[in-house]
Design a protein around this ligand. Sequence first.
Ligand code: HEM
Length: 454
Amino acid sequence: MSKLSNSGAEPPKVKLVTEVWGPIKSLMAARRNILEIIPEVATKQPIVSGRTGSVRWHMVMEPHAIGRILKDNLENYPKSDVTKNILKPAIGDSLFIAEGAHWRWQRRAASPVFTHRNIANLAPIMSAAADNTCARIDAAGEIVDLYEEMVRTTFDVISNVTFSGSGAMDSAEVRHAIDRYIAQTARISLFDIIGVPTWVPRPSRLFQPNALKKMKTVADIAIANRKKHGAKAVPDLLDLLLEGQDPETKRRMNMAELRDNLLTFIVAGHETTALTLSWALYLCAFDPEVQDKLRDEAQSVLQGRTATAADCATLPYTDQVIKETLRLYPPAAFISRTAQGKDVLCDRDIQRKDTVMLPVYALHRHHAIWDNPDQFDPMRFANGHKPDRYSYLPFGDGPRICIGAQFAMIEATIILATLISRFRFERIEGRDPKPVMVLTLRPEGGVPLKVSRL
Ligand code: HEM
């Protein structure tokens, strides 16, 4: 099924550990790039266990066991304590970190926000952001850092579907507050999330109280204004969240819950989508054959227009390229949980308080699951082919699956198809990005590409 893309060459990957490392060496590597502590065997074995300081951990790559963690025995595997402690000051006890009944009612109240119809109504904002990006690229020089551009593009989208037209606020001020807020959450390292002992020096301290306070104030003002003036003609994420109600308990979000969830959408949805697009554009430059095929599809469907939500169904190859990008470079490359009680995974005893990690990066390159796992080959997803359940997890799975997955896929499709129909992207020798895991899987060195208008 798989073709060997780009004459069998492989796009950049992380050099995984092949020897047994002591705790100090692992921690030093983790400081540089958390992906480097994934042992090479994690791409060949179902489970790898170890201990770092006093923390017992397991990396699980076997789909049935993953199904047990994410769905069948969900109650035993809440998000890790460290994840919660770190994110709580920024996003409160919102959808992303709440557990049990408090998570369930919020999920039910927020689900209608992300129906296909609501996303399609907001898609013109995505198309406009794609157009603005084209204008910026047009005005730029021959070499453009597409990572920087994509961060700006998805920032435009997320800020326009949350705070736009919020009355009294100066939009530059809102932009600045969101920017600082995101920069801070982005500084959280996976190092913190896995829960290595506190004596290990952290690369940076986390949130500055002032930036957090500012952001919360901005959100509070936006919510108060919207409540006062009513919804926009096309309801955006804020309006939809304001309308949200849990059909079972009839509970609605209070002011603080609305704000925390709105901020969660910004943190969870902005950089992840920018990364998907930057890696996709890099891969197109890496494999010109794929790029040509993608462009043929985009040009024949769009005929010079900007892509819209309605086009997504007729851009199957674009969808394949995005899915394959998410396989090779999953923005959330690690999912982490803390076991609440004893369990057995892949014949291994799990004890209370063990850290259970799903190294999505290793799962997506696992030799028992994928042919030529390190090769870029969008044909893996041809004809609607779906990988086996729990073997492909860019958006997680089970009840805690990403609520914004469809939003992100539509946004990425609109932006990628529009860009590729208008520009050619070429690699620059010696400037390939290196995948580095901070909180998300980022391209170190950005994604500088040579761009020409068609
Ligand atoms: C390509 C883009 C995206 C990727 C790769 C991504 C990835 C993920 C993953 C892996 C999870 C599960 C985490 C876990 O189980 O520990 C998740 C959850 C979540 N995501 Fe996304 N996400 C993306 C876009 C978005 C967008 C656009 C939004 C909102 C506008 C969003 C909002 C959320 C929320 C609220 C959760 C928590 C859901 C819950 O626990 O009920 N994400 N995301």
